[in-house]
Design a protein around this ligand. Structure first.
Ligand SMILES: *[C@@H]1O[C@H](CO)[C@@H](O)[C@H](O)[C@H]1NC(C)=O
Ligand SMILES: *[C@@H]1O[C@H](CO)[C@@H](O)[C@H](O)[C@H]1NC(C)=O
Length: 323
């Protein structure tokens, strides 16, 4: 058992390192270099998305696990799903809100970013230079300070957006299917449909305690620098078929000639003077295992899990098995 566990850790390390793919080869989707000409804030110094370098983030023990409320049952009314020509967007009722941020942020909408057929990337945020296949954004606004999303969208920290990196896994993700199974009803720009309410919590990764936090912007014009970003460390998974459906169903145009709606991600923006905080300790898996040995000697066996593994007892157990 001991040997097997250590072997698992080693494989994990290799995968983590082998996966360090350079983002430089990603072509910037056309047009965005010209955004600042029409929308000056797009050229400002606290823009999103960013490349999160995990060896440069600052651990902040005050970053508590985020608690989504009302996500399991977003009411009984159908939800509005809309192809706006840039993305597919789902309206969310304000009964969904986040606890664990400086103020109460209520949900407004969620939408997706993705790449195109034949490429492995499509996310906006990168972690250590690596993009994933797609990214979900759940947009909230500070309802204690502002009356509406549009008012909050222009104020510092008026918005709180959850960024969920999406990768391809073995199985179909039933939560994402609630959205993806309706895309064929809204193939063209400005088309809308209604979908039954579903468990929105299912779109998030299983572990909400591990995340990165920074001040940034909307990733589309007008690029307002009003977003308190939470990018989860863990990823959500969808199947290959689901990714294909996302990338191959929608058009960015109303009618012929049809233009596929693909590659709607923005290139990473300079970090400049900003700090990126992490809610958890940023060791490499190798260091984490070593810390586990070390901690036990000092009667701090659980120190690793304190900062974020509470949703995932198996991770903790596996580390303990090593000792
Ligand atoms: C965001 O900016 C505000 C105002 O400058 C600052 O107080 C806050 O600490 C920053 N938060 C993060 C996560 O950088
Ligand atoms: C660890 O805890 C045990 C029992 O609580 C105690 O006897 C021992 O001295 C502690 N060791 C250290 C290094 O603090």
């Amino acid at each position: 058992m001991l040997f097997f566990t250590l072997l698992l850790e080693v494989i994990w390390i290799l995968t983590a390192n082998g996966a360090l793919v350079s983002s430089n080869k990603r072509t910037s989707p056309h047009g965005q270099d010209h955004w600042p000409a029409s929308y000056p804030e797009c050229g400002s110094n606290a823009q999103s998305p960013i490349n999160i370098q995990t060896d440069s983030v600052t651990f902040d023990p005050d970053l508590l696990p985020l608690q989504p409320h009302g996500y399991e049952q977003p009411g009984t009314e159908p939800l509005n799903l809309h192809n706006n020509g840039h993305t597919v967007q789902l309206s969310l009722p304000s009964t969904l809100y986040l606890e664990g941020l400086p103020r109460k942020y209520v949900a407004a909408q969620l939408h997706l970013h993705w790449g195109q057929k034949g490429t492995p990337w499509g996310s906006e945020h990168l972690i250590n230079g690596k993009a994933t296949a797609a990214e979900l954004h759940i947009v909230h606004y500070d309802s204690e300070s502002y009356e509406s999303l549009s008012e909050a969208a222009q104020r510092p920290q008026g918005l709180a957006v959850l960024g969920i990196l999406i990768e391809v896994g073995e199985t179909k993700n039933p939560a994402y299917e609630y959205i993806l199974s309706h895309l064929h009803e809204i193939k063209h720009k400005d088309q809308k449909t209604s979908i039954p309410p579903f468990n929105v919590r299912g779109l998030l990764p299983p572990l909400l305690a591990q995340y990165f936090r920074y001040n940034g912007s909307l990733t589309t014009p007008p690029c307002y620098q009003s977003v308190l970003w939470t990018v989860f460390h863990r990823r959500a998974q969808i199947s290959t078929e689901q990714l294909e459906k996302l990338r191959e169903t929608l058009f960015s145009t109303e009618e012929e000639p049809s233009e596929p709606l693909v590659q709607n991600y923005r290139a990473p923006q300079p970090l400049n003077q900003r700090m990126v905080f992490a809610s958890f300790i940023q060791d490499s898996p190798y260091t984490a295992v070593w810390t586990g040995f070390h901690s036990r000697k000092n009667n701090r066996t659980f120190s690793l899990s304190e900062h974020g593994d509470q949703d995932s007892p198996t991770v903790t157990m596996r580390r303990l098995n090593c000792v």
